[in-house]
Design a protein around this ligand. Structure first.
Ligand SMILES: *Cc1c(COP(=O)(O)O)cnc(C)c1O
Length: 355
C-alpha cells in the first residue's frame, strides 16, 4: 500500500459507461471527449480502452493534446482526432503531421484552413447561443455559397449551454438554430450533444454525441445517476488519529475553533493531490462504512471528523469513488464534476484496473 494518495482508474467501469452511452445514443456515434488528459485520468490509457470498446473518433481541446493522443493511440489505432480549439494560424503542418481534424470556430480559422489546402479535413463549429466560440450563421451561409471550394468539412457541430437543465428554454432555442445551420450544409454529419445532451432525447443526438464527464463517472444532470458508474477512486491513508479538545483550534488561522471535543483523523492528502481546498467544512469522505465530514484541507494534509469509530494510521479513507459520487463532491462546493476530476494531480499515484 503506497503511503500517499492513490488514484485508481477502473477501465472496466469506463467500458460499461461507454456502453450505456452507446445504448442511450441509439445509433449515433459515441465520440469520447478526452481533453485535459482524459479529464485527469490519463488520455492515452482511457482512449486505448475506449478504442477497445469501439470508439473510433475522439475530441481534445488543444493541438498538443491531439499530438499526444495520436502518439498514445499508436499506429494500430487510427482514430479520428478532432481538435476543438480549431486551426490556430501557423499550425497546419503540425495538424497534418499528427493527422488531426481541427474544428474551425471562427472566420479567421476558415481562412487559415483554405490556405492550408482542400485536402485538410476539418469540422465546423457553429455557435447556437453559447457565444464563446463558433462560426455565425452568416459565416456558414458564406461557406455554403462557396461550396466545397478550398475546404473539406466532414462534421458540423455545436455545443449546448444548458443541457443539464432539461426544461431550460435555451435548449430548444439552440436546437432550432442548429437545425437552421444544418439546412445550409445538409450533407454533413452533425453533432450537438455532450454528456447531458445525450440524455435529453433522440432529437438531440444527430449523427454523433460527444460525452466527456459521463464516461468518467459524472451524472448527466449534475447529480449522481444510477446509470453511470464511478471510474476514478481516490483514497489515502490516515497518518494520525487525534483528539482536539473543546475550545482549541484546528489547522491554520483562527476560523476553525472546536465547540466540542472532536476526534479527527489526519489523512495524507491535500490540495496538492487535487482535492479542492474549499471542501473543508462542506464535503464528506467515506471511512469504515459511513460518510465522514471533511473539516480542513491543507496542501498535504486534511482532517476528517470520525466520532468514536476505531481508526489507526494506515487505514485508508475514500475521498472520491463509488461511495462518494463526483456529483455529491461537486455539489458540496458549488462546482461541477468536471472540475473535481481535472484537478486530480500527478502526486496521487495512479493505477489502472479492470474490475
Ligand atoms: C468539453 C466538451 C464536451 C464534453 O462535455 P461533457 O459535459 O464533459 O460531456 C463536448 N463538446 C465540447 C465542445 C466540449 O467543449
Amino acid at each position: 500500500m503506497p503511503h500517499r494518495a492513490r488514484l485508481t482508474v477502473d477501465l472496466a467501469a469506463l467500458d460499461r459507461n461507454f456502453r450505456t452511452l452507446r445504448e442511450t445514443a441509439s445509433g449515433a456515434e459515441v465520440a469520447p471527449v478526452v481533453k485535459a488528459d482524459g479529464y485527469g485520468l490519463g488520455a492515452s490509457q482511457v482512449s486505448r480502452r475506449l478504442w477497445e470498446s469501439g470508439a473510433r473518433s475522439f475530441f481534445v481541446a488543444r493541438l498538443d493534446e491531439g499530438e499526444a493522443l495520436r502518439k498514445g493511440l499508436g499506429e494500430g489505432r487510427p482514430a479520428r482526432i478532432f481538435v476543438l480549439d480549431g486551426l490556430v494560424p501557423g499550425t497546419a503542418d503540425r495538424v497534418r503531421r499528427s493527422d488531426l481534424i481541427p474544428v474551425l470556430a471562427d472566420p479567421g480559422q476558415v481562412a487559415a484552413a483554405r490556405e492550408a489546402g482542400p485536402d485538410l479535413a476539418v469540422g465546423l463549429h457553429v455557435d447556437t447561443g453559447m457565444n464563446r466560440q463558433g462560426l455565425s450563421h452568416a459565416d456558414l451561409v458564406e461557406i455554403a455559397r462557396a461550396g466545397s471550394e478550398g475546404l473539406k468539412p466532414i462534421l458540423l457541430m455545436s455545443h449546448l449551454g444548458s443541457a443539464a437543465l432539461p426544461g431550460d428554454p435555451r435548449n430548444a432555442l439552440q436546437l432550432a438554430r442548429f437545425h437552421e445551420a444544418r439546412s445550409l450544409l445538409p450533407h454533413l454529419p452533425a453533432s450537438l450533444a455532450a454528456s447531458a445532451g445525450t440524455f435529453l432525447g433522440p432529437e438531440w443526438r444527430f449523427d454523433m454525441v460527444r460525452p466527456g464527464v459521463s464516461l468518467f463517472g459524472g451524472g448527466p444532470l449534475e447529480r449522481p445517476d444510477p446509470r453511470i458508474e464511478a471510474v476514478a477512486t481516490l483514497d489515502a491513508p490516515i497518518l494520525y488519529v487525534r483528539t482536539v479538545e473543546a475550545g482549541e483550534w484546528l489547522g491554520y488561522g483562527s476560523g476553525l475553533r472546536m465547540d466540542r471535543t472532536t476526534r479527527i483523523a489526519v489523512v495524507a492528502a491535500g490540495y496538492a493531490d487535487g482535492l479542492l481546498r474549499r471542501s473543508g467544512g462542506r464535503a464528506e469522505t467515506w471511512f469504515a462504512g459511513a460518510r465522514r465530514p471533511v473539516r480542513i484541507v491543507n496542501m498535504d494534509l486534511m482532517a476528517i471528523e470520525i466520532g468514536e469509530t476505531p481508526a489507526k494510521p494506515g487505514d485508508r479513507v475514500e475521498l472520491m469513488g463509488p461511495n462518494l459520487p463526483l456529483d455529491d463532491l461537486a455539489g458540496a462546493i458549488d462546482t461541477v464534476a468536471h472540475e473535481c476530476l481535472v484537478r486530480l494531480s500527478s502526486r496521487a499515484r495512479r493505477r489502472y484496473v479492470r474490475s
